[in-house]
Design a protein around this ligand. Structure first.
Ligand SMILES: [Zn+2]
Length: 329
């Protein structure tokens, strides 16, 4: 039971739960704490604090605090056991819905040539890897009938963010990567293959690091920004690569990197013209360095990311050489 409860709390971060239930908090001093009005008692000044790293809340007004389960007990007037059941029910349908959606997109990838074509352009061609990562394709306009035939109401699709209020699919002409965590899909990432904004996630937490369960066993870890970077690195044999989906790590992702102090992290973020990737990499280096980890910055040429590095002709050996250079700096 204890382990199940820990897992349940990990899968529904307290902050995410509160935000989904319309709590508005602001970040305190760029730290892990958020403050806002207390949902448990009437107040006009923010007295309710949430620590996103510890997954705990405390209200200085009514003096109540605890974890997610405690919050559900207090806010819904349920017993401990009832609260656990309530949370399990809240979780299960969305995880299942995302699994059904990802499976549908995965089939669609083989129905329309443009998805596979785009993957090839980005250097991802290993059919077994595409299958293993569960990569799919969203043409757009056909998800709703498929999910409704499986018994999902339009309301559920709207709630999960798979459709916008106008009934338009969130993912249109996008290559889809399911973001796997432990035994479930936490989110879906869609990369536009046309002119729309390139990156899109469902309006929910991006969760932990990508495929962390298989990557955490390695002492040396390569951390990249994007899933295409990860795909080409896995394809080249660097299975110790994980991805934060962006340069800003969530408290859960930072905690994962920090769990083993002997770890060496190679940060291979984009070499952006505006220095955004480099600055983010440097900030992260300092943060992990403080936690006692061994951190190295992988330097690609200007304007490149690991994905474009490989598509421009680099080999696994070339990348291994970059890692060596980073290690000796
Ligand atoms: Zn309170």
């Amino acid at each position: 039971m204890g382990e199940d409860l820990e897992r349940l709390k990990q899968r529904i971060p307290l902050l995410e739960y509160l935000q989904r239930h319309h709590w508005r908090g602001y970040r305190v001093d760029a730290g892990p704490e958020f403050a806002g009005l207390c949902p448990l008692h009437e107040n006009t000044h923010p007295s309710f604090y949430v620590n996103a790293r510890k997954n705990l809340f405390y209200c200085h007004g009514c003096g109540r605090g605890g974890d997610l389960i405690r919050f559900v007990e207090l806010s819904r007037h349920l017993s401990f056991r009832e609260s656990v059941v309530y949370l399990q029910e809240e979780l299960a349908p969305t995880a299942q819905l995302l699994a059904h959606t990802a499976a549908f997109y995965q089939l669609e990838l083989h129905r329309y040539p443009e998805g596979v074509q785009y993957l090839a352009e980005r250097g991802v061609h290993d059919a077994r890897l595409i299958e293993e990562l569960g990569i799919g394709y969203a043409r757009g306009g056909n998800l709703r009938p498929h999910l409704q035939a499986l018994g999902y109401s339009l309301e559920r699709l709207l709630e999960a963010g798979l459709m916008g209020p106008q009934g338009v699919d969130t993912f249109c002409h996008r290559v889809i990567f399911p973001c796997r965590q432990q035994d479930h899909i936490g989110n879906l990432y869609g990369r536009s293959i046309s002119h729309a904004f390139p990156h899109r996630l469902l309006p929910r937490s991006k969760g932990g690091l990508f495929a962390w369960e298989s990557v955490r066993q390695f002492r040396d870890i390569i951390l990249v920004e994007g899933l295409f970077d990860l795909a080409v690195l896995w394809q080249a044999g660097f299975r110790n690569t994980t991805c934060a989906i962006g340069t800003h790590l969530t408290p859960a992702q930072l905690a994962q990197l920090r769990e083993n102090p002997d770890r060496c992290v190679y940060i291979a973020f984009d070499q952006d013209q505006n220095q955004a990737g480099q600055n983010a990499a440097y900030d992260l280096l300092q943060c992990l360095d403080k936690a006692g980890l061994n951190v190295r910055l992988v330097e690609l040429s200007a304007g490149q990311d690991p994905n474009s590095y490989f598509t421009s002709g680099a080999t696994a050996q070339d990348f291994a050489h970059l890692l060596q250079e980073a290690a000796s700096r």
